[in-house]
Design a protein around this ligand. Sequence first.
Ligand code: COA
Length: 530
Amino acid sequence: MTLKSALDPDGAEYAERRAAMLAKLADLEAEHAKALAGGGEKYVARHHGRGKLLARERIELLLDPDAPFLELSPLAAWGSDFPVGASVITGIGVVEGVECMIVANDPTVRGGSSNPWTVRKSFRAADIALANRLPVINLVESGGADLPTQKEIFIPGGRMFRDLTRLSAAGIPTIALVFGNSTAGGAYIPGMCDHVVMVKERAKVFLGGPPLVRMATGEEADDEELGGAEMHARTSGLADHMAVDEADAMRIGRSIVRRLNHRKLGPAPGPVREPVLDPEELAGIVPADLKIPFDPREVIGRIVDASEFDEFKPLYGTSLVTGWARLHGYPIGVLANAQGVLFGDEAQKAAQFIQLANRADTPLLFLHNTTGYMVGKEYEQAGIIKHGALMINAVANSRVPHLTVVMGASYGAGNYGMCGRAYDPRFLFTWPSAKSAVMGPQQLAGVLSIVARQATEARGGVYDEAQDAAMREMVEAQIEAESLPYFLSGRLYDDGVIDPRDTRTVLGLCLSAVHGAPVRGADGYGVFRM
Ligand code: COA
């Protein structure tokens, strides 16, 4: 049925919610601008002065004209000692009509060297490519490991090369376009790829550069002899193609993709129908204070095709909305929190719904706004743990693709049951209004305070109230800061923070990517505890 809205876009409540969301979005833009700035004016000018293109300019030239680019984790490394963006750009873009995973080093940020966050962001890109069968195109120009933090990258970083060859083994093509430095471990990026293009007089691909060779063996050799494009194309055979310049490398890269004969293995979408309800209004739905509940049907109606949503068990477990829809022509099952708390009925309803989606090979979309499973004597005695376990079992063992959007709260085991990061959704995006933690800041500070008070009293001491108040204030501020989207996105706990009004487009791109792989439901689950 077609969803109807109870939202009043002329009312004060809508205006207030929208104003709060727009303020958060302005903040988000400022954070994204940091990633866009790369290494800053000085390094950008130097790079351009050398006649080279920036990573984003390379991506633009590579992609089909006017094709969308779904950038992933632009806020990686936020809140760390490293620049926002983690010196690499990753995302899904269309090349010659084929959706590809693009991984581009940003040479303006510390020579494009890989720090611990760069490595994690690259791993995530490889995982997405593997799960969704997306060809990978590496745009390489990197100083290799960030040497001061080598202890955190050297050993785990080996996975980058392992991932490339495993993608190849799974029949997922890998391509390296080398624009500059690709030394030491970095040399295995072209080394492990199916197709390699190097730019003349620019690419430098060697295990050891001239100084290292001199130190190791006493041999005198220059960059070109050790790892130039000309040498690799004519002598070593590591380069399959030598490009005369960067634009030529992109042209060759595109022609390689054209010849891949890459096909999607999932079913094609049906006709697309735009929502009847206005997606612009998504900015005015989530209250600034997450303690106030909101109806997720107001969100669903603005992201699904024709605003049509057939609810499953609408009268049962009403704090979780479940139902069927289409999004950009793809069938989806939706699970969305309504009143915040998940009770036993909601958990059982979710477990049944997930099984039905797996029977029908239908991808699932999880929309979070939950404070977790209900606690208290009555609920424990009624078996809230085993009911939550049913839902978590179903989510963990479901095999259809999952997409997750954290709209508001995502606390406690509710984060797990609703397919948070640890449950491996194919993609997870966050709205600027989201908050995620083991519990709310006040509750967490309160629990710490009660535990400390009991421990002091058990020792026969007197609890210091002033110190308690200061401790609570400090802990609340810390947990609040750690619950916010930038902090979590910085740690790669999502694939990006998005404008709620872009949700339909982002999910449409994700669903298209997801259908690169076969879409099939699970045959079995763990033992359901009854
Ligand atoms: N680790 C940490 N910082 C690095 C780095 C690395 N691997 N490579 C470069 N940087 C830093 C530089 O110290 C410099 O910092 P500064 O501007 O604050 O002084 C900045 O990044 C830019 O480097 P610069 O050498 O000026 O840039 P370039 O474009 O002229 O040269 C490289 C880039 C990558 C060719 C060059 O920096 C280099 O050879 N780096 C070492 C490569 C290497 O041997 N890596 C080991 C791989 S395991």
